[in-house]
Design a protein around this ligand. Sequence first.
Ligand code: 5RP
Length: 260
Amino acid sequence: MSWGMENRLSRIIRPDGHTLMLAVDHGYFMGPTTGLEALGETVNPLLPYGDSLMLTRGALRQYISPQLDTPIIMRVSGGTSILNKNLLHEGITVSMEDAIRLNATAVAFSILVGAEFERDTLLAFTQVVDEAERYGIPTLAVTAVGKALVRDAKYLSLASRMAAELGARIVKTYYCENFERVINTCPVPVVIAGGKKIPEHDALTLAYNAIRSGAAGVAMGRNIFQSEAPVAMIRTVRAIVHDGINDAEAKEMYEEIKNA
Ligand code: 5RP
């Protein structure tokens, strides 16, 4: 692995082997997602607590100060909206040149294993991997899941392992029952997405279960920025990821910070 690749990976996955990614890239297919209408106002108070910030180039340019010290994971896939029945039939939306110009530390691309159009997403993904590797930039594969697909260990281990074998340096997937199977069969670090907003205590349990099962971390968006107390939420998720607190401790911590 080149020095540049190692350095970038170590800025994302911290020396304890864990990472908290603050994901705010939803606008590229969901538009002005609840909580991100004025993205900068939501994200700025959360920045001190995330190890990295996952977003689009447009959001980075328009809402985030260039003085930012947090590593950027740039979303480089897209092409369909929530109105499209072929949602997630994504292609490359950002050239590697522009990702570098914007000082991305990593790039993120969604693949959709099992969709009729899976081949398109997988081949575009490998094109991104080839380009990114040339410059020592890690590619994070997002294992997107269509409505017709089941988020179980069998499917998610298939998609995660494929992503790693096709060149991902980090895989983002969903937590599921028997998640250890996904972790044990994927040769690169795995992080989980938070998914749709759920009650805060349930989201904390989700993060805890993922870390306990061997996930390297959490890439969480809506369950942080749509929370009734986003700073309390991100600080507590951070403590699960990096300080090893359990879910009961996390719930207590969240309530304490929220009510302070
Ligand atoms: C959107 C994404 C998000 O970054 C990812 O799903 C994490 O956000 P959330 O916790 O809200 O699911 O990849 O396509």
